[in-house]
Ligand binder design. Structure first.
Ligand SMILES: [Zn+2]
Ligand SMILES: [Zn+2]
Length: 479
């Protein structure tokens, strides 16, 4: 669309937002307004008071809760948005362009020959029957909103739900009672697509597999704006992976409400139709991983025909900190990495997002060498599952300014042939496809020869050299 038009839209959106309540605030009805224009039945959850503490689900599986013996370490107090300054001291989730800390390292490029391609082929995962799901209550305030990005959300105009997707999930709306701790189906081996990817006319071949919508309350812009940027960035497709709904009022300020799930499906569908023939718009979800909610996530993944289910482990969640932040800073980081492996071992996800996100927890003291052994064993476990890992370019905008993961960890992943999917984790349109060539070069330096993405929950591997040239070619063609 024309720039002025976009501008207009933006201005309008801004105005709208201004008059709205920042969701980060305990405003239980942040969506009242936007909902008005949404014909959708947006169930505004009634503030059912749910103890905002996580329902103490029995730690499913082996969610270790290591208790690091306090090694004279500092007790880690925690989160609080830090002011923007040169040296980032606290895990300031909100810090966007914050100057990072002196990185611990910048590993020299040292290609380790490695071909990506693990995982035995197996029957494709089939979507099962939708399970009824409840309407999540949760106007529970939570100030952690900023945790991820830090800004106030702004829900845009939501389209009317359409498609059978909506219908499908309609059925799935009413259960809740997620039973924490219930056993889930045993993990199945990942599936590798046999389909041979073909470049578009403009030469595009790759996808940006991680981005959001305003439904998560901390992302801005219409999905179509993300699509427009995807085309400009030289991509063949994009996959929306907004923050999934969660039961029990789990960190509600950074995710869509249960009652907005259908709306999410229709938003993505709307963008898909608008860009048909120009960009392959796919449906994904960034599914929270938190011990005890596996059963809920399992059901969630069956409520729509997802192309990609990305596991998101967020240490910034108040629920996570309350439960696991104990002992030393290092101990907390180890717990996080252990959970990363546990999330892969559940078999619920195609890929695990921003693997070393926890380096933003006390970023000023992050030192990879100290945690390297822990990471090595965690990667051994993940490699066994066949689950992919993400190379998230948004890390450059976080407190510890470096992609997630950093190059040293990337090399360790390459040695274990763990497939990698690149995602921008865009919370605003201009970030779609950002730093992809840099990310691809990092992969090459780490020893990778292939990079992947998912469609219909099946992994597709591409030669990195082909992807790099496709991005350059398509970006030029669509400039
Ligand atoms: Zn987010
Ligand atoms: Zn994300």
């Amino acid at each position: 669309m024309s720039k002025s038009k976009t501008q207009n839209k933006k201005a309008k959106a801004a105005a709208k937002t201004a008059s709205r309540k920042p969701a980060a605030k305990p405003a239980p009805k942040p969506k009242g307004k936007s909902a008005a224009k949404a014909p959708v039945k947006k169930t505004i959850p009634v503030a059912k008071k749910k103890p905002r503490t996580v329902a103490k689900p029995a730690p499913a599986k082996k969610a270790p809760q290591k208790k690091p013996a306090a090694k004279g370490g500092t007790k880690a107090p925690v989160k609080k948005a830090a002011p923007s300054q040169a040296v980032k001291k606290k895990p300031t989730p909100a810090s966007k362009s914050v100057p990072p800390l002196p990185p611990t390292k910048k590993p020299p490029a040292q290609p380790v020959k490695k071909a990506v391609a693990p995982a035995p082929a197996a029957p494709a995962k089939k979507v099962a029957t939708p399970k009824p799901n409840p309407v999540a209550p949760n106007p529970v305030p939570a100030g952690v909103a900023a945790a991820e990005k830090g800004v106030a959300p702004s829900t845009k105009s939501v389209p009317a739900p359409s498609t059978k997707a909506a219908a499908k999930s309609a059925a799935a709306k009413s259960v809740l009672a997620v039973t924490a701790g219930e056993p889930i189906a045993p993990p199945k081996p990942p599936v590798i697509s046999t389909e041979k990817p073909v470049a578009t006319k403009s030469g595009a071949l790759y996808y940006d597999s991680h981005m959001h919508t305003p439904l998560c309350k901390h992302a801005w812009g219409e999905p179509e704006e993300y699509c427009a940027q995807g085309v400009k960035a030289g991509l063949k497709g994009i996959i929306f992976t907004c923050h999934c709904p969660m039961p029990d009022g789990f960190w509600p300020t950074v995710r869509m409400a249960e009652g907005e799930f259908d709306l999410y499906l229709s938003l993505v569908q709307r963008a898909k139709e608008a860009y048909a023939g120009k960009l392959d718009v796919c449906l994904g979800i960034e599914s929270e991983f938190f011990p005890g909610y596996e059963k809920y996530i399992e059901g969630l993944h069956q409520r729509a025909e997802f192309d990609y289910c990305l596991g998101g482990l967020h240490w910034q969640a108040k629920e996570y900190l309350n439960k696991f932040e104990q002992g030393t800073i290092e101990g907390f980081r180890r717990t996080y990495f252990d959970h990363l492996a546990v999330s892969a071992e559940t078999g619920l996800y195609d890929c695990v997002a921003h693997p070393d996100l926890v380096k933003n927890y006390h970023p000023d003291s992050w030192c990879f060498a100290i945690i390297k052994n822990t990471v090595a064993s965690v990667l051994d476990r993940i490699a066994k599952t066949g689950v992919a890992m993400e190379l998230n370019t948004s890390g450059l905008n976080k407190s510890y300014s470096e992609m997630n993961p950093g190059n040293e960890m990337l090399r360790m992943m390459a040695e274990r042939k763990i497939p990698v999917v690149i995602g921008s984790d865009a919370h605003k349109a201009p970030r779609v496809g950002e730093h992809f060539v840099t990310a691809l070069n990092n992969l090459v330096e780490a020893g990778y020869e292939e990079v992947s993405y998912f469609k219909k929950r099946q992994r597709i591997d591409l030669k990195i050299s082909d992807v790099i040239s496709s991005i350059k070619k398509a970006a030029d063609a669509n400039a």
